[in-house]
Design a protein around this ligand. Structure first.
Ligand code: RB5
Length: 157
């Protein structure tokens, strides 16, 4: 990966995010932290959208989003056509999401997974590549539907 790994959280994910940043930097992985930086209550979509826009703009390729469950972050991030976000609670799904689905955003629930499991999930997500081949056509079908839905919604406006 040539671009930095983006990371962001809301207040519920802040402590886990800090732990992950430290673990990633220990492995010499460049990290760009999009916030939040305080434990004050905040809104997860603000951070999910900021990170997703950076992916759309080509500034970053991959990201980790942390909230209480990972669910809100994933729903918000997946509204962006360039994003394929997954919520994972164990390493196998994280690894397979890269290999088969070309997932580019990993969402974690700080109230769901413990720190050790979260570190293992991130390691699994970062350690493998998209396999392409038969999976490429399926990912293209995901993207085609995103484009079709966006076009149909725009036509209604
Ligand atoms: C915040 O209380 C919580 O709703 C948020 O972190 C996240 O879990 C939403 O999906």
């Amino acid at each position: 990966m040539t671009k930095p790994l983006a990371i962001a959280s809301d207040h519920a994910g802040l402590e886990l995010k800090r732990t992950l940043v430290a673990a990633l930097e220990e492995q010499n992985i460049a990290v760009r932290d999009f916030g939040t930086h305080s434990s004050d209550s905040c809104d997860y979509p603000d951070f999910a959208h900021a990170v997703a826009r950076a992916i759309e703009g080509g500034e970053i390729e991959r990201a980790i989003l942390v909230c209480g469950t990972g669910v809100g972050m994933s729903i918000a991030a997946n509204r962006h056509a360039a994003v394929r976000a997954v919520v994972c609670s164990e390493p196998l799904s994280a690894r397979m999401s890269r290999q088969h689905n070309d997932a580019n955003v990993l969402c974690l629930g700080a109230r769901v997974v413990g720190t050790g499991t979260a570190v293992d999930i991130v390691e699994a997500f970062m350690s493998v590549r998209f396999e392409g081949g038969r999976h490429a056509g399926r990912v293209t079908k995901i993207n085609q539907q995103t484009a079709a839905s966006t076009a149909s919604q725009l036509n209604k406006a």
